[in-house]
Ligand binder design. Structure first.
Ligand SMILES: [Zn+2]
Length: 265
């Protein structure tokens, strides 16, 4: 990889589907995100279809180039392809490499990571709340444990001169506002409106609250549930942009976000 490439930071939204119905019907692709930060390649939340969509991407994304795989939590829409991606990253287990970052309950209780693939990776790091981690020189941290039905953590990635924050599934809680200081903020927004019954996901009204207080300049919404999708996320993003003065983008399947370009740095 040349130095120009290693200086580039980008995120590819392999899939933007959230929650059961959108994933089961593949109304949007599922599969999570490929992160390329300062020459370090990470796969975040490899949901169903991650491997197929990487290989079908143009240009093709090669899993053997990954330095690690991150799992925010073990729900199927985030973890469905995690074993397939571990095998792909390690060339079927014949080339031991990469780091797997995962909550403990994805390994221990009703595990989603097969025991036999665990030896394929160089290292397994169990995520804790407010933990500090690094891979290939890239530093990142977890925030507090989310309010979600399984153990769930979001991430702050520290690039030179810029923080990128990722808020995966959670019910809204006030500390969220201070835990994700990224100038670029990626949020999973499953719900269009506040749910009548308690569901541990963020809604569009929650997002408005977060955007009023956050430090982000650019916000990307992704992981859409059914009603959110029917309400046209790109129109919701446009309204949020007008209301908050921030750049709010609704992710599309296959979208590549060139970070230095979108942040003007
Ligand atoms: Zn979840």
């Amino acid at each position: 990889m040349d130095s120009e490439e290693t200086n580039k930071n980008w995120i590819k939204f392999i899939g933007t589907a959230g929650a059961r119905f959108v994933v089961a019907k593949q109304l949007r692709s599922s599969g999570g995100l490929w992160l390329s930060f300062q020459g370090v390649n990470l796969y975040l939340d490899p949901g169903p279809g991650a491997l197929v969509r990487c290989l079908a991407s143009k240009p093709k994304l090669d899993p053997t180039k990954l330095d690690g795989i991150l799992l925010s939590h073990k729900h199927l829409d985030h973890s469905g392809d995690i074993n397939a991606m571990i095998e792909a990253m390690t060339e079927g287990g014949y080339r031991r490499r990469g780091v797997l970052f995962t909550p403990d309950d994805a390994l221990e209780e009703d595990p989603v990571i097969f025991r036999y693939v665990r030896s394929y990776v160089d290292q397994i790091e169990v995520l804790k709340e407010n933990g500090n981690y690094s891979v290939g020189g890239l530093k990142f941290s977890t925030a507090g444990r989310h309010i979600h039905s399984v153990e769930t953590y979001g991430f702050n990635f520290y690039l030179s001169g810029l923080t990128v924050s990722y808020i995966p599934d959670t019910k809204f809680y006030p500390q969220l506002l201070s835990q994700y200081p990224g100038e670029l903020l990626i949020m999973n927004v499953v719900l269009l409106t506040e749910p009548q019954h308690p569901i541990d996901h963020l809604s569009l009204p929650d997002v408005k609250e977060i955007l009023k207080k956050c430090r982000a300049k650019t916000v990307v919404l992704t992981h859409f549930g059914m009603r959110m999708l029917q309400a046209k996320p790109w129109e919701a993003a446009e309204r949020l942009s007008q209301e908050t003065g921030l750049k709010v983008i609704a992710a599309r399947d296959g979208m590549t976000l060139e970070i230095n370009e979108v942040m003007g740095c």
